[in-house]
Ligand binder design. Structure first.
Ligand code: DON
Length: 307
């Protein structure tokens, strides 16, 4: 496994030397201020080895990666009934698109586009105050990562709220179809705060372990979800985790992955590894440019692939 340690370091060194790093998200002020030269990588293997490189201990805004944990939480609450309110098909549209909602009666294509994540947030709200639902999600993520230090970045949450006009429109539009059950501002409160969870690559890769271990926190450890549910969440990450670039990510990396506009990506090699990468510059589809390249290198060198 020394080879993997070296590979992780080599990838970080290669990524550090690439000048073209994409553009940091500009619509949320605290994200726009992040230095695009940052790069972190963490690989946690099935055997429990941890390999870190670069800024792997630097917290960043996980943004849409939170949708994986929120989906797991919602499935735990309502089980398969969730699929009456949200689909399981790639959208082929941008993460914040509204176009399909009118034709498809307010049922979002999948839980990872913003519209779908808002329905998931609405399920997780379950008649409580937003801080109850978000507190529950935060406890869940801390448990998965085995780290009580994970917290919400409040200035990011406030900036989401202040600039989230598309999300506000999506929630209200779905409310008109009856697919948002709470007052939209409460559902949006949950969504904006989950996006503002800050984690580092180590915490994120640790939190993804249940998806590599067929639903177990670790081999012989607590069951988080059934093995079937873990497979299905991985399937959704593969087909929908990068929005209209999901096909390209599957082609280049070949692993289930979920991106966020903070520049993070969580990727899962089932039975092999949970991987978190962070590089804040985004490509045209809003996914980490260098992060994707790093995962492509890692998958190529290790042979990890679901294909
Ligand atoms: O909904 C938004 O605008 C963001 N706060 C989260 C979006 C996100 O991370 C999309 N993923 N690449």
């Amino acid at each position: 496994m020394t080879d993997l340690a070296r590979l992780v370091r080599e990838i970080a060194a290669e990524m550090a030397g690439i000048p073209e790093r994409g553009e940091v998200a500009s619509y949320i002020a605290p994200l726009a201020a992040v230095d695009p030269s940052r790069f972190g990588l963490c690989v946690v293997t099935a055997e429990g080895e941890v390999h870190l490189a670069g800024d792997a201990l630097e917290p960043f805004s996980i943004q849409s990666i939170s949708k994986v944990f929120a989906l797991t939480q919602a499935l735990g609450k309502v089980g398969e009934a969730l699929w009456q309110r949200v689909g399981r098909e790639p959208s082929g549209t941008a993460f914040n698109s509204i176009v399909q909602l009118e034709r498809e009666q307010g049922i979002p294509r999948n839980p990872f586009i913003n519209a779908g994540a808002l329905v998931v947030a609405d399920v997780n709200l379950a008649g409580h105050a937003p801080r109850v639902a978000i507190g529950e999600l935060l406890r869940f993520v801390r448990h998965l990562a085995d780290d009580d230090g994970i917290a919400i970045d409040e200035p990011v949450a406030r900036a989401e709220q202040a600039t989230g006009f598309r999300n506000i429109a999506l929630a209200n539009y779905m409310k008109a179809f009856g697919n948002i059950r709470h007052p939209p501002e409460l559902t949006l409160g949950v969504y904006f705060h989950q996006c503002a969870i800050a984690m580092n690559c180590l915490q994120l890769a640790m939190a993804g372990r249940y998806l590599m271990h067929g639903g177990l926190l670790q081999p012989g450890g607590a069951r988080i979800v059934s093995s079937r549910r873990a497979r299905r969440i991985n399937a959704l990450m593969l087909t929908c985790g990068h929005y209209d670039a999901s096909g390209d990510f599957a082609f280049r990396v070949g692993l289930p992955g979920k991106s966020g506009v903070g520049g993070g990506i969580l990727a899962i090699a089932p039975g092999r590894a949970s991987i978190a990468v962070w590089s804040p510059g985004l490509n045209a589809n809003g996914n980490s440019q260098i992060g994707t390249l790093a995962l492509e290198r890692l998958a190529e060198a290790t042979g990890w692939s679901v294909f």
